[in-house]
Ligand binder design. Structure first.
Ligand code: FAD
Length: 597
């Protein structure tokens, strides 16, 4: 039996990870399949036939959906059985999240995601026994709907700038909350709010606020571009009385709850967008095999095939990284002792470990969904631009994912800042790895790397290793030259963050394909190999280019030819002919009229 290996967050940049060390979607158990099927059944019966009703923001219907989801065990995958949930692994959570998002209208997916994720998880990980007992079973059953109130008019990306205050009453029995939160998902429907406020205007603190507490109200619904069937309102607290028993974790520890719950929210968002991407591929394939122009089905045109292939390949990579990430989170959470499970501080440390990977899943997933939704509209032509067809809604619905759960800009900053902070603290041996690459450079121009020509994915394996060295080279030079000023040069930070993301993406796809190939699964394996060959062929030049942009900004001009030469030599990149590989994948999409993996 192969054993997965527990890596530290960000360690993939400096370590060789083997296929047996990670989980791949092909390893789903029967139980996983059953939970996915139950969720898909729910989507097909309850959501897909009622999309228009959902889009009208029919609260009674939304509530009935939450209750049905509760009866089916789809709200409580993350809630321990002792508190009325299913207590399942994160892979199951991802499967439910992914399935709910394959409904052609993301409104309920967003409402459900906010309820089961950022609304419920603060209590799972940071609530005390009494709070868990009082609230979790109602949330898992879908009797109550939850919301998460962090954003304020002057505290969006800068969440700690919150101005909502909490003042302890004279008799010490409750806090009085005053302030306004905005853009709150499930705002008009929620029975329970996780609210962040500053005690005495200073100590950022999480509170569990029930809708019926005196002084809570919601403002009007936002008129949104997409996800119109989800409720998004301001929530107003006017001398709102919250019992002291409803402080989450401890006064002054709200940032640990808010940011760690967002970490989990981010990888879950990754799973949700994978569902949307798969649906986009399926809808594109169905339409392209029906629509005829110039006397032929449009799916026979090379440029349409190219789109179907690219949508599938990027989705494959997003899926690979999300389920790799979910299993890693499962492994690290299962390694907690019983004491740690009950200890909010230990939970915060554990969840924080994969902050970088969670941000990657969020950025990569949301940008892949936008790409897929855009290509879907294009394949539909004029029909894609009219509200007659579902793809226009999918296009609008997709856009929010780059904005909430931390904008993609903020997540890029987080990736780089987290890695550098860990390196400085000695938690991640990044500096040592950078030094090794620099020593190699100091010895003179790197030897041309032997690019292997044997083994099905040996060349891609070589490119991945080269990508890691090139990142270390660029990051090392940037850190040396800019030192503390690096943080201020956001364009450089973003280039480095994108390199980190692309390395994780290439590696997740490559390890998955290698694992499938090891099982010698005939032509299925060939599709995996083809996807990874195309993806890495197209991605490595971007890594080289970003590394060169970083050194061009920070290094003296006379050093550039040497450094550019070193980057090119390390990579030894030769473009390959990917057209047959793309056609190979596209033909499978067309034949099956669905996502091919
Ligand atoms: C439909 C919807 C649902 C939402 N649901 C919830 C919810 O349930 N709960 C909740 O608390 N919030 C929710 N939000 C709020 C959402 O999380 C915020 O909109 C988001 O965090 C961005 O904040 P902002 O809108 O104030 O944008 P701003 O912070 O003003 O950002 C504007 C732009 O500037 C960029 N920017 C900001 N700071 C920096 C920086 N330091 N460096 C570089 N670029 C920067 C941003 O990336 C963005 O592109 C929701 C929003 C929407 C639209």
């Amino acid at each position: 039996m192969e054993k997965r290996k527990l890596f530290g967050g960000g360690e993939f940049l400096i370590t060789e990870v083997a296929p047996e060390h990670i989980f791949v979607p092909e390893e789903m158990t029967q139980e996983h399949q059953m939970i996915y099927d139950a969720a898909m059944d729910f989507v097909k019966k309850e959501i897909q036939p009622n999309l228009d009703r959902i889009e009208e923001k029919d609260e009674a219907y939304a509530r009935s959906l939450f209750r049905t989801a509760g009866e089916l065990g789809l709200n409580g995958t993350d809630v321990p059985e002792a508190y009325g949930g299913e207590g399942m692994d994160k892979i199951s959570t991802c499967l439910v999240t992914e399935a709910v998002a394959t409904a052609a209208g993301a409104s309920f997916a967003v409402a459900h995601g906010a309820h089961t994720g950022i609304g419920t998880l603060p209590i799972v990980y940071f609530g005390n026994e009494d709070q868990k007992k009082r609230y979790l079973s109602k949330l898992a059953a879908g009797e109550w709907i939850a919301a998460y109130c962090l954003t304020e008019p002057n505290a969006g990306s800068d969440a700690l700038n919150a101005q909502t205050t909490a003042v302890l009453s004279e008799d010490g029995t409750h806090y009085l909350l005053n302030g306004e939160k905005i853009y709150i998902t499930n705002g008009a429907w929620a029975d329970l709010f996780i609210v962040y406020a500053k005690v005495d205007g200073e100590k950022f603190t999480g509170f569990i606020v029930e809708r019926t507490f005196p002084g809570v109200s919601h403002g009007p619904e936002e008129k949104k571009m997409g996800i119109k069937g989800s409720s998004t309102t301001p929530i107003i607290f006017k001398d709102c009385q919250v019992p002291v028993e409803n402080v989450l974790f401890e006064v002054g520890q709200g940032h640990k709850i808010a940011f760690n719950v967002l970490n989990i929210g981010r990888y879950k968002l990754g799973a949700s967008v994978v569902g949307g991407c798969k649906l986009a591929v399926t809808e594109a394939a169905k339409y392209a095999t029906l629509r005829e122009q110039f006397g032929k089905k449009i799916c026979s045109f090379g440029m349409i095939k190219n789109k179907l292939a690219d949508m599938s390949i990027k989705t494959y990579i997003a899926e690979s990284m999300v389920y790799r990430m979910a299993a890693a989170l499962d492994d690290i959470l299962s390694a907690r002792t019983e004491e740690e499970v009950q200890d909010p501080a230990a939970n915060a440390r554990t969840i924080e470990e994969y902050a970088v990977e969670c941000s990657i899943a969020k950025i990569f997933g949301s940008e892949t969904l936008d790409f897929c939704a855009d290509e879907l509209v294009q394949i539909y032509g004029g029909n894609g631009y009219t509200a007659e067809y579902p793809v226009e809604r999918m296009y609008r619905d997709a856009r929010i994912n780059r904005i909430f759960e931390g904008t993609n800009e903020i997540n890029r900053l987080l990736i780089a800042a987290t890695l550098f902070r860990r390196a400085m603290k000695g938690r991640l041996a990044l500096l040592e790895a950078v030094e090794q690459v620099q020593e190699m450079l100091n010895r003179g121009a790197p030897e041309p790397q032997k690019t292997p020509d044997s083994g099905p994915l040996a060349l891609q394996d070589h490119y991945l290793k080269a990508g890691k060295k090139i990142f270390l080279l660029a990051a090392g030079i940037a850190a040396n030259q800019l030192m503390m000023a690096l943080e201020q040069e956001q364009e450089v930070v973003a280039l480095l963050a994108d390199m980190v993301m692309e390395i994780y993406a290439m590696e997740s796809g490559l390890l998955r394909a290698q694992k499938v190939l090891k099982k010698k699964d005939g032509t299925t394996a060939d599709y995996h190999a083809a996807a990874v060959k195309v993806y890495i062929n197209d991605t490595l030049p971007g890594i080289l280019n970003r590394a060169k942009q970083v050194v061009a900004f920070v290094e003296k001009k006379d050093q550039l030819p040497r450094l550019y030469g070193a980057i090119d030599t390390l990579a030894g990149y030769q473009p390959m002919d990917t057209i047959p590989l793309r056609r190979f994948i596209a033909d499978k999409v067309i034949k099956g009229k669905k996502y091919p993996f």
